[in-house]
Design a protein around this ligand. Sequence first.
Ligand SMILES: C[S@@+](CC[C@H](N)C(=O)[O-])C[C@H]1O[C@@H](n2cnc3c(N)ncnc32)[C@H](O)[C@@H]1O
Ligand code: SF4
Length: 455
Amino acid sequence: MLDFAKFTKYSKPGPRYTSYPTALEFGEEYKYDEYINKLKNKDTSRPISLYFHLPFCRNACYFCGCNVVFTSKEDKMLRYVEYLKKELKILSGCLDCNREVIQMHFGGGTPTFFSAEQLEIIINEIKIYFPNFVEGAEVSCEIDPRHINEDQMRVMSEAGFNRVSFGIQDFNEKVQIAVHRIQPYEVTKAAMDLARKYNMLSVNTDLIYGLPFQTLETFKETLELALTLDPDRFAVFNYAHVPWLKKTMRKIDETTLPLPDEKLQIMQYTIDFFTSHGYKMIGMDHFAKPEDDLFKAIKTGELHRNFQGYTTRGGADLIGVGLTSIGEGQDYYAQNFKDMKSYEKAIDEGKLPFEKGILLNEDDKIRKFVVMELMSNFKLDIKRFESLYNVNFKEYFADAIETLKPFEEDELLTISDDSIVCSETGTLLIRNIAMAFDAYMKKHAASSKTFSKTV
Ligand SMILES: C[S@@+](CC[C@H](N)C(=O)[O-])C[C@H]1O[C@@H](n2cnc3c(N)ncnc32)[C@H](O)[C@@H]1O
Ligand code: SF4
């Protein structure tokens, strides 16, 4: 049973730790040539995970925190496909693309804003440059159920896509109107049926709690409806409201947002609801059927966290392609330009559209390991950590252990000589717990307008 009082006491704004250091620390100190050298000198035995950012959407959902280009112009999209092709060509000159690809993800925006023909062109081009997709590679796409037809699903299925993720957010009409996203249940159901018809191995659906006009009662109905779709996974995101960063969020009337108390009740109910219907909780915001790879990965200790959230495939170099996409190697992060003009200009000059990044120092690597272990598995094997990094955990992290003392006294976690283990309520405060190990936190402590609230 969750302890609401403790939860509210500790909860405060914090990063979601899809990377460590967080993207806020990416800068221009990490130079283009250094990055290119990294790509050129990569250990070719490490597999590749590809991320393609397909950023277009027609209309803004007011809650949207993604990197989106709003357009209805076909020529803009065709132009983007041409630039993706050019980027791939430049990339192939910097990277050994014959390495094994174990994972590929199309994210957005809405990748299925591209027609079946356009998607086919993009996929074929990728396969020319990256010919070695392994048998059983995890190939996935984010889909807006309002923008998917059978031709698109067929093209993806024939190309080896085996996982899809559908955005639902909320089924309640009043909520949908307030966030400018009208999506009747039947539309989502039709998309689900298509995914099943084309034998997708795993189907995920996204919900968000914390949206305008949501109450425990309305969200209960949304959960009941969502359950009838029988997806393999649910992501239930806490609405990250950052209107100082995202203009469209300013269209949301803040007085209509549920208060922290209501949000906590929604979260508690959601956990009880899914776990009593056969789903297992994964990480801080996912639920999966026991037979889904995500749950199997927990048992084998292979659950990892990256920019797409939780994943079963670690140990690969993540290569990002397209506007704003982020790549991740063992000791760096690299991000492409966020504005289209700079993105195109770089490519026109024959360069990768790399804008900024960070080269991890030893301290970053050590802290990254701890933060990611906690975020994925809610525990840390201290002995394993010490043998990997050859440092004394309790000495190295004396200040973090001190910071976590109140958490320990409140039974949100236990710290022994061998491990850190979070309690059930502690798992929901995992962002706050991970923050104790974040060396960059002090820099941001004074600003309340940096991260979204943890509740
Ligand atoms: C790129 S979208 C998914 C695909 C498609 N564009 C759609 O909306 O159906 C990724 C997901 O991020 C989540 N999301 C977007 N903005 C968010 C926010 N501000 N806070 C929490 N989750 C958010 C939504 O659940 C959304 O489905
Ligand atoms: S939530 Fe999805 S469909 Fe809505 S604006 Fe964002 S990316 Fe586009």
